[in-house]
Design a protein around this ligand. Sequence first.
Ligand SMILES: Cc1cc2nc3c(=O)[nH]c(=O)nc-3n(C[C@H](O)[C@H](O)[C@H](O)COP(=O)(O)OP(=O)(O)OC[C@H]3O[C@@H](n4cnc5c(N)ncnc54)[C@H](O)[C@@H]3O)c2cc1C
Length: 468
Amino acid sequence: MKDTATFLDLIGDVPVVADEAIVRRKSRDMSMTFSPIIRRDAADKFADLIVRPRDHADVVRIASAAARARMPLMMRGAGTCNLGQGVPLAGGAIVDMSALSSVLWTRDQTVRAQAGARLLAIDDSLRPTGWELRMHSSTRRAATIGGYVGGGHAGIGSCQWGILRDRGNILGLQMVSVEETPRVIELRGDDVNLVHHAYGTNGIITEVEMPLAPAWTWMESVTNFPDFMTAARFAYALAASDGIVKKLVSIDEWPNWNYMRHMREHGRDGWSMVRTMVAAVSVEALDALVKSCGGQTTVRAREGEGPYGAPLWEFGWGHARLQVNRERPEIVNNIGLYLDPDLLASVERSWRRFQGVGGMHLEVKRYNGRIAFQGSPYYPFVDEAQVAGVIRGMSEDGAMVANNHTFFVKENGMKATDDGDTAFKRSMDPYGLMNPGKFDPDDNLDKEGSGLQLPTTGWQYGAGPSAR
Ligand SMILES: Cc1cc2nc3c(=O)[nH]c(=O)nc-3n(C[C@H](O)[C@H](O)[C@H](O)COP(=O)(O)OP(=O)(O)OC[C@H]3O[C@@H](n4cnc5c(N)ncnc54)[C@H](O)[C@@H]3O)c2cc1C
C-alpha cells in the first residue's frame, strides 16, 4: 500500500509537481496519438505527482523513499514513447529525468551521458569530434538517451548498424535499484539488454555509454518510382549495397506520402516514394542505383536543408506516421518485420493483399544480422477486429508482427525475455514498484486491455548466440 506522505517526507527538498493538470498531461505518452486502443484503455490511468531529481543523489533518495513508502515510480525522459510505456497503471510518482542531462565524457569513439541528455544535444556536443551516435529515433530533438534505451529499439542509422539490441550498440548502463538502500551498479556486455526495452521496469538508468560512428556529411534524397515493388526492390538493393554508407531508407506507397503536407510537391501522383540519407561520398553510387531501377530523384539536399522544412529523418520511422496523422488522424499501422531470405516476396504478398486498405510504409533496417523491412499498411482505424485482420494477413504473408496496442513488455513481443530477466527485475525492484503492471508476473495487477486479444506473433531472434 503506497504511503504518499511518507514518500514526500523522505525525499526532502527534491522538487515536486502536484498540479493536477500537469500530472495528468505527463501521465500520457505518444500512444495516445498512435493507438486508439491504448488511448481508450488508458482513460483512467494517471500518476499522483511528479518528482524532478536535480542530480544523482536525488535519484538515490527517490529510489530509497519509494522502497520505504511502497510508492510506484514511472521513469520519464521526454515522454515521446509509444506502446503505453509512459502511462502509469498504478498511480505513484513520475520521475522526470530531464535535469540529469550532462554529456559526461567522450573518448575512443565512445560517449557517456546522463540518462536525461537529449539525443540531439549529445550529437551537437560530439560535432567537433567528427563522430556521432550510431543511430537515433526520429524523436531525436526531444528524446533522451535513457528513454531511448528504456523504450526505443532502432531508428535512423539502423539500416547500417542494426537495432539497439544488437550486440555492441549499447556499451554500458549505470543503474540504481529501488530498495531501502539503493545499489548503484554498472551493466556491460550482453547484460545491457536486461534493461533495454524494459519500459523502465527494472531499475533507474542514470548513465548510458554508447559507441559512435563517423559523422559523415549526410545527403538527403527523395526518389520516386512508378510502382511500389520497384521502389521496394530499389530499397532492398540499397540496403544490400555494402559500399554505400547510409542512414535512412524509408518507403511509402501512394498515397501515404501525399498525406505529408510538406512532402506532397516532391512526389508523383500514384507513384511510390523512397526517402534516403546517404553519405556525400556515396551519392554517385546512389544515383547509379536509382538510374538502374528507373527512379526519379526530385530532391537532393544536405541534411536539414531540404525544401520540406525539417530534416528528412523527421519523415521516417515514427515520424512518418506522425506526419501522416497531422492530416489523417484516423490512420494507424502495425509493427511487422519482413525478413530475408523471403523479404521481397513476403512484402509483395502484403502489398497485393492490402491494396485498397492502405499504402505500405516500410523502414529498412538490419535485424539480428539480416536485412529487414519494418512496417505495415497505413490504414484508417475502424475497430480491433479490423486491426486483428490486418495482423493476421501480415503474418500469413510471412511477417513477424509485434503488438503496438498493449501496455505490456512481454505481450508487445519486441523484447526477448527469459528467467534471467525475471530474476534481474526482482533484484533491482524487489517490491514491484517500477512502472508496475508492465513487466512483473506477480505484482498483483491484472493484465487488461483489448490489445491483448490481437493475434500478434511477436519478434523472434533466432537460435544461436544472441545478445540476450
Ligand atoms: C513520432 C514518434 C517517432 C518515434 N520514432 C522512433 C524511432 O525512430 N525509433 C525508436 O526506437 N523509437 C521511436 N519512437 C519511440 C520513442 O520516441 C523513442 O523510444 C524515444 O527515444 C524515447 O525517448 P524519451 O526520452 O521520450 O523516453 P520516454 O518516452 O520518456 O520513456 C520511454 C520508456 O523508457 C522509460 N525510461 C525513461 N527514462 C528512463 C530512465 N532514466 N531509467 C529507466 N527507464 C526510463 C520510461 O519509463 C518509458 O517506459 C518514436 C515515437 C514517436 C511518438
